[in-house]
Design a protein around this ligand. Structure first.
Ligand code: SF4
Length: 370
């Protein structure tokens, strides 16, 4: 290990392994995939790099990853996971390296195997099919998504038409819609809310996807309240605490910097919304998977760059990005923390039962976000 690498290890708790980062706290055996930023520092001489706080992993994502890791410990590999456990390729690849097999549909899972449902939730029809195939299910659906499912069931039983504000091709919306497909109508924006027709306008409820733009959703709900004055629903919306906090932080961040870089996957709803919120707040904003996606011209003329990360983005990618942007001795790195979070969800009872049967206590491993 060279002197620079040794200093980095001391300063940041990072260990170099053949030019790659390996972060000790997020799965000892999972090699981080990005190449060393030392090899491609961006030569723009930034004055400041500002990190949004909070950013990155939420409680639902930490729990989902922990469920797969614990299942691998308790049951052993392979563990099947239906869909991406969370929308981030680095997370999926790291869990795949440990023995998780990701499938699109249940018919790819051998009968009797253990399958984990992703944090985005599933339709009841998927649960039925898993029973039909004799699969052992561990449900990693985020409890805040489950809450929306329960609201959908309650309104459907009471005879309401349910307007679900969200993106119809997103896994979460597909799962929620499956609770009452004949009663749920999905609207994505103000235009669709204006055009929507329902059988009985006096009996309408609304719900929302958990990862939408707070501001855009407020506008859609205003339209729904005007068009259907008797509409019922949550006091505000179902957007989760993590989405709200990350958007509040990036909005403030965007006011203080020239360019915002959002780390997250192209299919991550909340990461896309962070880019949009930053842009709406006046900054140039780009969504990137990791440092390899950055184009130097994005930073032309920029003195201050803001960094945030979607709720399924591991923190090591943020650190890697900061090291790429930072010119030692010239660039100040600081965090703009707008709210503290201390949310943690319990593991699902079926996982605890499997661990008890196997006589292997769950480790309840440390938070995975560092
Ligand atoms: S973004 Fe929100 S709803 Fe989605 S997993 Fe995280 S806490 Fe749960």
């Amino acid at each position: 290990m060279g002197e620079t690498e040794g200093n980095l290890e001391k300063a940041r708790g990072v260990r170099y392994t053949e030019g790659r980062f390996q972060w000790a706290r997020w799965g000892e055996s999972a090699l981080r995939t990005s190449r060393s930023p030392q090899s491609r520092r961006i030569p723009v001489g930034l004055k400041e790099v500002v990190l949004a706080g909070p950013r990155g992993f939420c409680a639902g994502v930490e729990r989902a990853i922990e469920i797969v890791e614990e299942a691998l410990e308790v049951v052993g590999a392979p563990i099947y996971v239906r869909k991406e456990i969370v929308h981030n390729r680095h997370v999926v690849d790291a869990l795949g390296a440990k023995g998780a097999i990701f499938v699109d549909e249940l018919d790819e899972v051998p009968p009797g195997a253990t399958v984990v449902f992703s944090a985005h939730g599933v339709a009841p029809e998927v649960r039925e099919r898993s029973r039909g195939r004799g699969l052992r299910v561990i449900d990693a659906t985020c409890p805040l998504v489950t809450k929306v499912h329960l609201e959908a069931i309650r309104y459907a039983r009471a005879g309401y038409t349910i307007i679900l504000v969200g993106h119809e091709d997103h896994d979460e919306v597909i799962g929620t819609t499956g609770e009452a497909p004949d009663r749920i109508r999905v609207v994505a924006d103000v235009e669709e809310a204006e055009a929507l027709e329902v059988p009985d306008p006096s009996r309408v409820a609304y719900l929302t996807q958990t990862t939408l733009s707070v501001d855009d959703t407020r506008a859609v709900i205003e339209v729904l309240r005007r068009r259907f004055p008797g509409i019922v629903g949550p006091s505000k919306d179902d957007i989760c605490y993590a989405t709200q906090n990350r958007q509040a932080a990036v909005k403030e961040l965007a006011r203080q910097v020239d360019v915002v870089l959002v780390l997250g996957a192209a299919n991550s709803s909340n990461a896309n919304r962070l880019r949009e919120v930053a842009e709406a707040a006046g900054a140039r904003a780009h969504l990137i998977n990791d440092v390899r996606d950055i184009r130097a011209e994005w930073l032309d003329g920029a003195r201050k760059v803001g960094v945030t990360a979607g709720a399924s983005t591991p923190e090591f990618l943020v650190r890697e990005l900061v090291e790429l942007l930072e010119t030692p001795g010239h660039t100040t790195v600081r965090e703009l923390r707008v709210v503290d979070e201390a949310v943690k969800f319990a593991l699902p009872p079926e996982l605890m039962e499997i661990a008890r049967e196997a006589g292997k206590p769950l480790g309840r491993s440390s938070p995975l976000s560092s």
